[in-house]
Design a protein around this ligand. Structure first.
Ligand code: F6P
Length: 324
């Protein structure tokens, strides 16, 4: 391997810049020519590929977002798009890629490797913490801290006004942020994509709090919850539960920004360093992830096909017990 490129794709996640820095510098340290691809797979197709040196990644370890930008690219799913991307890499003699992103990113990378022989290593970068093979994905820890800070603030005003708040958090298919933030903030109830909670059940929970002198409550709604978004659910609850005034807050994309936590800076650095070392060993179609406190590889196949986040039964039970 002589030339390696790195890209970020899909939703951005805090810690991506720390990871890009580690990839570029580990490659350069080992005598490899390093490139950055702008806007994920889009930049591979439009030939937006730039040579990077050690100084190209100075002073970025503390920044959220991604200096390489990111995109969700439909064209890369087509044969023609992939061919164009391959031709652009060939023209620069780039034979390996580090891709930082979530499952959509890995699906593209795996096809690219199988159909065109480009060596690929994936780094799990998504706030959703939903990839098999890594206990934590890059960005999840920072996002959790952001979510908790926001919910704590809402708790103050909910208490001051005696109100019921529905707070919607991210996680299209994964209730990880929702469940763990519910435990960390002492929310009264949590609605998750992985688990049906009926309106009756939710109202019983809220009624029980009201009957034991609770004067405000917080319900966390995961955006992937099957029975609808926070506004929807709040409206339906309002019709049957009128102990407090009801308000809704959607935390939205603020969960994806901000300076990465120490955990995400270190995780991004470790995984970026490991990704390049895997390529130098000749490996491909692997994801580097954290298991226990060790960096381990998992095949992209497994990472994509095994189910990722499983609701922790103890947290589910505990969230209920501790919020009586
Ligand atoms: O990064 C993953 C994620 O945060 C999901 O939880 C969410 O559904 C999605 O991104 C939204 O991303 P966007 O609005 O940028 O497409």
């Amino acid at each position: 391997i002589k030339n390696i490129a790195v890209l970020t794709s899909g939703g951005d996640a805090p810690g991506m810049n720390a990871c890009i820095r580690a990839v570029i510098r580990t490659g350069i340290y080992n005598g490899i020519n390093m490139f950055g691809v702008m806007q994920g797979y889009q930049g591979l197709i439009t030939n937006n590929i730039i040579p990077m040196d050690a100084r190209s990644v100075s002073n970025i370890i503390h920044l959220g977002g991604t200096i390489l930008k990111t995109a969700r690219c439909l064209e890369f799913k087509t044969k023609e798009g992939m061919q164009q991307a391959y031709d652009n890499l060939q023209a620069r003699d780039i034979d390996a890629l580090v891709v930082i992103g979530g499952d959509g990113t890995f699906t593209g990378a795996q096809r690219f490797s199988k159909e065109f022989g480009v060596k690929v290593i994936g780094v799990p970068g998504t706030i959703d913490n939903d990839l098999y093979g890594s206990d934590f994905t890059l960005g999840y820890d920072t996002a959790m801290n952001t979510v908790i800070e926001a919910i704590d603030k809402i708790r103050d005003t909910a208490d001051a006004h005696d109100r019921l708040f529905f707070i919607e958090v991210m996680g299209r298919d994964s209730g990880c942020i929702a469940l763990r933030s519910a435990v960390a903030t002492g929310a009264e109830a949590v609605l998750l994509p992985e688990k049906q909670t009926s309106l009756d059940e939710l109202i019983t929970q809220l009624e029980s709090g009201a009957s034991t002198k609770k004067t405000s409550s917080i319900v966390i709604v995961s955006e992937g919850h099957k029975a609808g978004g926070a506004y929807d659910i709040a409206n339906r609850v309002k019709e049957r539960f009128n102990h407090y005034d009801t308000k809704v807050t959607i935390l939205g994309h603020l969960q994806r920004g901000g300076s990465p936590s120490s955990f995400d800076r270190i995780l991004g650095s470790r995984l970026g360093f490991a990704a390049v070392n895997e390529l130098l060993k000749g490996n491909t179609e692997q994801m580097v992830g954290l298991r226990g406190n060790d960096v381990k590889t998992t095949s992209l196949d497994e990472a994509l096909n095994k189910h990722s986040f499983k609701l922790e039964a103890d947290l589910l039970e505990m969230a209920k017990v501790l919020s009586i």
